[in-house]
Design a protein around this ligand. Structure first.
Ligand code: HPA
Length: 279
């Protein structure tokens, strides 16, 4: 069991200040943290209780600094996944640490498969809802300090921040659609029948992360946002079998666009901290 306050204090001691916006970078997207100026880097393995993540492309580290556009940010590059065999309280420990540090906006990013037929590699989707097909919750058990017992899930992804993200993407000329994320445990990709089922349920993208973190983020009162970078068409919708290498490759080449949206968004949030930043 990771001691959250001990981990948070050890991270706080390393940071010059705590930014109000934290961003979790998913598979293939860790390179976005390389854009940070005046970076302070804290590898997961230097935080008490944090374990080495072990998945290729998930080099766990926190990176704090400033993005182009002036916004202060704390990146979490790499995350723990259910499919690695981690218990859910390990999967969500970094988010609990971010909440304990006092960040108030939590942006989750991930690589995902497109399951509505229209989405393909390289498309960016702003999440407006989710379906928890992991069938488990990190909130089960005693209520953690700073969290509520029964968090409302009518708006897990902050509507005001969604509107801001759409504006920023439009001003940059970057196509951004909105959709519902289905979270599965993996590690196998879906069957074609499962992709059909998810599409019938109303999901637009599918991936193996994010939802546990949003559940904890909302329970802790954080304003959450989610972005999926579509790395492949869902099984049965494209011609190629899906592989982790392709997922990573799309992340590397397309992540730059997501990086621009994030920089614009975080700059706008910092500039508007009076009106947009209050919980
Ligand atoms: N399914 C689940 N997770 C994923 C996929 C997918 O097709 N692509 C990237 N992550």
């Amino acid at each position: 069991m990771i001691n959250i306050s001990e981990a948070a204090e050890s991270l706080r001691a390393r940071l010059p200040s705590v930014p109000r916006v934290a961003v979790v970078l998913g598979s293939g997207l860790g390179h976005i943290a390389d854009e940070v100026e005046d970076a302070t880097v804290v590898p997961f393995k230097e935080i008490p209780g944090f374990i080495h993540s072990g998945v290729k492309g998930h080099d766990g580290r926190f990176v704090a600094g400033r993005l182009q556009g002036g916004g202060e940010v704390l990146f979490q590059a790499g995350r723990y996944h259910v499919y690695e065999g981690h218990p859910l309280d390990v999967v969500v420990a970094p988010v609990r640490v971010l909440a304990a540090l006092g960040v108030d906006v939590l942006i989750l990013t991930n690589a995902a498969g497109g399951i509505d037929g229209v989405l393909g590699p390289g498309d960016l989707v702003l999440l407006d809802d989710h379906i928890n097909m992991m069938f488990r919750s990190p909130l089960i058990g005693p209520v953690k300090p700073g969290e509520v017992r029964f968090p409302d899930m009518s708006c897990p992804y902050d509507p005001e921040l969604q509107a801001l993200a759409m504006e920023v993407a439009e001003s940059l000329g970057i196509p951004l659609s909105r959709g519902t994320y289905a979270a599965v445990t993996g590690p196998s990709y879906e069957t074609a029948a499962e992709v059909k089922m998810l599409a019938n349920m109303g999901a637009n993208v599918v991936g193996m992360s994010t939802v546990p973190e949003v559940l904890v983020g909302r329970a802790a009162g954080l304003r959450c946002m989610g972005f999926s970078m579509v790395t492949n068409k869902g099984t049965g919708l494209g011609s190629e079998p899906i592989g982790h290498n392709e997922v990573m490759q799309v992340g590397r080449t397309v992540g730059a666009r997501l990086g621009l949206v994030l920089a614009g968004l975080i700059g706008a949030l910092d500039g508007a901290s009076q009106s947009v930043g209050t919980k």
